[in-house]
Design a protein around this ligand. Sequence first.
Ligand code: PLP
Length: 394
Amino acid sequence: MLSPFLGVYGPPPVTLVSGQGCRVTDDRGRTYLDFTAGIAVTALGHGAPEVENAVRSALDSGLIHTSNLYRTLPAERLARALIEHSFPGGVFFCNSGGEANEAALKFARRYAGTVHGPGRSGFLAFRGSFHGRLFGTVAATDRPAYREPFLPVMPGVRFADFDLDAVGAVLDEGETAAVILEPVQGEGGVRPVDPAFLQGLRARCDATGTLLILDEVQCGLGRTGRLFAHQHAGVTPDILTLAKPLAGGLPMGAVIATPAVDATLKAGDHGTTFGGGPLVSTVALAVLERVADPAFLAEVARKGQRLADGLDRLVDGHAAVRGRRGLGLMQGLALSEGSLAAPVVQRAREAGLLVVSAGPDVVRLLPPLVVDDADIDEAVGILDTVLSSGGDPS
Ligand SMILES: *Cc1c(COP(=O)(O)O)cnc(C)c1O
């Protein structure tokens, strides 16, 4: 049968019809342990009572959407809660990670243009980065294949290695408005940034009047065992972007920026029709209250260690696995030279475990944050079997 979809995705391997907790079921009645969580989105699992109750309570008001012409209480409560949990400033709501980063880039240009004068419009991004598919965010994404068919994209982005000397060489005080990076790279292969590097980068940004934008679209909101991944390094960004898990599976993004950035923004500088609607905001507040709970975060950290320990045993036991990287419940298995992730992902699925690749040779594990120890052990066991049975997975 001809697909009704435009051809930007590969052929989907299964049709999912239902889900509960960390499991999803396909149209043939087969159940899978879901260690993708919709790419780090359904942090509270499928059918989460907090999410369902929040949806119901939001529906009771009759207001699903109002636009940003009017104030609504759910958006205001959520914005206040986000600031309380992060740093003083203001919040802009949108509908996706790409939109959040696109807004962050615009806000940074507005700030730099206002504070430093014209010309300071460039950005510094990093090797392996992924910030989205829009013309600005794809320009800051280090995947030439995502960019080249669509040139010209936003000009002015330079890329650096994770090395302060390299940053010093490309960060131009006359040109660079902001530095943008993920504290833990997701699509780029599950790579936590060295906390000392992040601290050094913060100092370099302060010394040069450059804004620091942290993209926590994937690693934020509890995934690493802290509410925000940058808290592991003890640095605060000027602009923080969030999205994937924010509204429990409903589309939502957020940008948090300092009062100094906010002071340069004027009514009309940016906007969105849907962003921050009362339905998604109600759900996001319920998600935030759950994931910001210190006991919840401590459990994420503990379970992340259990998963990491299990994966480390796979590194020791299989020649096809080169190493493990990650933080909390964001983990990756880097395969050995010549081994590809796609066949491992496929065989895991056939064995009842959903995982996702991160680049050509990294198998990424992003379970719901409510995953339990038995699920973790089962997932590691399935991967052990899959890696044993496949020989060279390429
Ligand atoms: C997924 C992702 C994005 C893009 O988010 P979309 O909602 O797909 O637009 C941006 N940055 C990071 C780090 C991501 O993981």
